[in-house]
Ligand binder design. Structure first.
Ligand code: ZN
Ligand code: ZN
Length: 168
């Protein structure tokens, strides 16, 4: 399947939207391999491929569906019932509902640690500090949330330090 070709060992292009290969295949299956608005297949589109549409206001992970580039270019500007229906039922909300995850994810308390992708952070008074090789950099909770989404953020225990005081 061309979608999963990885020239030069790079990640699949859908990885940018935090979609696993299985997520992506499921998304395409739901869309029946067609633009979800005009129903064109990739081969029938002007540029010969479909694109992953996401809501940038929510985050990179907030995939709404699959569109051709023409529909993708006008989706936010067109007031038509098909667009409205598409926008009101985005894939990421369906996905969160199926997994029993909330749309909002409250910021974990001070000293909590989270894992997202291959990264780890711990909340300190200064913000969320990286616990991996990027040690020294820190993010806000909303930056972590926007980048990964609630389905990719895992609260992890304090086991990380190794020397955490017993009973803490
Ligand atoms: Zn893939
Ligand atoms: Zn289209």
């Amino acid at each position: 399947m061309p979608y999963h070709e990885r020239p030069g060992g790079r990640a699949c292009s859908h990885a940018r939207y935090r979609l696993s290969c299985a997520d992506f295949d499921e998304l395409m299956r739901q869309a029946e391999d067609r633009c979800q608005l005009c129903r064109r297949t990739a081969a029938e589109t002007r540029h010969g491929h479909l694109v992953i549409d996401h809501d940038f206001r929510v985050g990179d992970w907030a995939v709404r569906g699959v569109l051709c580039s023409t529909c993708n270019g006008k989706i936010e500007r067109v007031a038509d019932p098909a667009c409205a229906a598409y926008l009101s039922n985005p894939w990421y909300r369906q996905m969160l509902a199926v997994r029993g995850l909330p749309m909002e994810m409250a910021e974990p308390p001070l000293d909590a640690a989270v894992r997202a992708g291959r990264r780890m952070w711990r909340r300190s008074a200064e913000g969320w500090c990286a616990l991996d090789r990027y040690r020294g950099s820190s993010l806000t909770w909303s930056q972590i949330y926007r980048r990964f989404g609630p389905h990719n953020i895992l609260l992890v225990d304090q086991e990380l330090d190794g020397d955490a005081p017993a009973g803490a």
